[in-house]
Ligand binder design. Structure first.
Ligand SMILES: NC(=O)c1ccc[n+]([C@@H]2O[C@H](COP(=O)([O-])OP(=O)(O)OC[C@H]3O[C@@H](n4cnc5c(N)ncnc54)[C@H](O)[C@@H]3O)[C@@H](O)[C@H]2O)c1
Length: 259
C-alpha cells in the first residue's frame, strides 16, 4: 500500500527546529514520520499541534545512534505509508557538558558523534536506498534529502569541539550523497542554522541576547524554527531542482566576514 501524498521523514521532530519543520511540511501537504528519542507523552502538545494540519502523523520513539532502531523505523514507515519522498536529518545533540578540547573525553566524543554523525550517515544510507528503489520503479518520484548542520560546521568553538567536528562531518555527508545520488535525481541540500531559539539554546539565552544586541549577527534577532522550516520548504518545492549539494545559511548573516 502506498499513500497518495508525499511522505516526509523528520528526525528529532518532537520539539524545536524539527517540530517547526514537520509543521511546515504538513502545511505543504506531506504525511509526516517522526523519529525521535523522546517518549511521545513528552511531545504530546507538539504532536497535537501537528495533527491539526490534518495530515497523517506517525511517531516512532527510537535512538538515532542505534542501528536496530534505525532499521525498525524504516520498516515501520514503509509499512505505514509505503513511500518516502523527503528526509530531513535534523536530530542532533550538544555535548552533555561543555569541555575544552584539551580536556574532553572519549565518552563525550562518542555520544555526540554516534548521534549527530554516525546515526545521520547510516539513516541517510538506509533511506537513500529506499528512495533509489522508488525512483527506479517510478521516474515521477523526485526525492529530496535535507541536512540540518550548523554554523559550527565552519566556526570554531573549542569548548564543544566534538559538536563542531560532527557538524563539519554533516557538511561532507551533504556532498557525498549529493554526488552519489545525482544519477537518480535525488537532490541533497544543507541548511546551516545560526542562533535559533529552542530548548538547545535557551540555557544560554542571556549570553546570546547580549551578543545579538551587540551586533554578533548583521540581522539583529534570534532565529526561530520557522526560519529553518521555510528554507526546508523551498528546497522541497522543486524550484531548485537543477541544484544539488547546495548550502543555505539561515543565520541572520552570521557567516559574513565584516570589517
Ligand atoms: N538551536 C540552534 O541554535 C541550532 C543552531 C545550529 C544548528 N542546530 C541544529 O539543529 C538541530 C535541531 O536543534 P534544536 O535546537 O531543535 O534542538 P533540540 O534539542 O530542541 O531538539 C533536538 C531533537 O532531537 C531529538 N534527539 C536527540 N537525540 C536523539 C537521538 N539519539 N535519536 C533521535 N532523536 C534525538 C531530541 O529529543 C529533540 O526532539 C540539531 O541538529 C542542532 O545541532 C541548532
Amino acid at each position: 500500500m502506498m499513500i497518495e501524498q508525499k511522505v516526509a521523514v523528520v528526525t528529532g521532530a518532537a520539539r524545536g527546529i524539527g517540530h517547526g519543520v514537520a509543521l511546515q511540511l504538513a502545511k505543504d501537504g506531506c504525511a509526516i514520520a517522526i523519529f525521535d528519542i523522546l517518549e511521545p507523552k513528552k511531545a504530546e502538545k507538539n504532536i497535537k499541534e501537528l495533527k491539526k494540519e490534518g495530515q497523517p502523523i506517525f511517531y516512532f520513539q527510537g535512538d538515532l545512534a542505534q542501528s536496530k532502531d534505525r532499521c525498525n523505523f524504516c520498516k515501520r514507515v514503509m509499512k505505514e505509508y509505503g513511500r518516502i519522498d523527503i528526509l530531513v536529518n535534523n536530530a542532533g545533540v550538544a555535548p552533555r557538558i561543555r569541555m575544552d578540547i584539551l580536556e574532553t573525553t572519549e565518552e563525550s566524543f562518542d555520544f555526540v558523534m554516534n548521534i549527530n554523525l554516525k546515526g545521520t550517515f547510516f539513516l541517510t544510507q538506509a533511506i537513500a536506498n529506499i528512495m533509489v528503489r522508488q525512483v527506479v520503479e517510478d521516474s515521477d518520484f523526485e526525492p529530496k534529502i535535507i541536512n540540518i548542520s550548523s554554523l559550527s560546521s565552519y566556526a570554531s568553538t573549542p569548548a564543544r569541539g566534538e559538536y563542531c567536528i560532527s557538524k563539519a562531518g554533516i557538511s561532507m555527508i551533504t556532498k557525498l550523497f549529493a554526488d552519489r545520488l545525482s544519477e537518480y535525481s535525488i537532490n541533497v541540500y544543507e541548511i546551516r542554522p545560526g542562533i535559533i531559539y529552542t530548548d538547545m539554546t535557551k540555557v544560554v539565552k542571556d549570553k546570546y541576547n547580549k551578543l545579538i544586541g551587540e551586533g554578533l549577527t548583521p540581522i539583529k534577532r534570534w532565529g526561530y524554527p520557522q526560519d529553518i522550516a521555510q528554507a526546508v520548504s523551498v528546497f522541497c518545492s522543486g524550484k531548485l531542482n537543477f541544484s544539488t549539494g547546495e548550502v543555505v545559511n539561515v543565520d541572520g548573516g552570521f557567516h559574513l566576514r565584516r570589517l
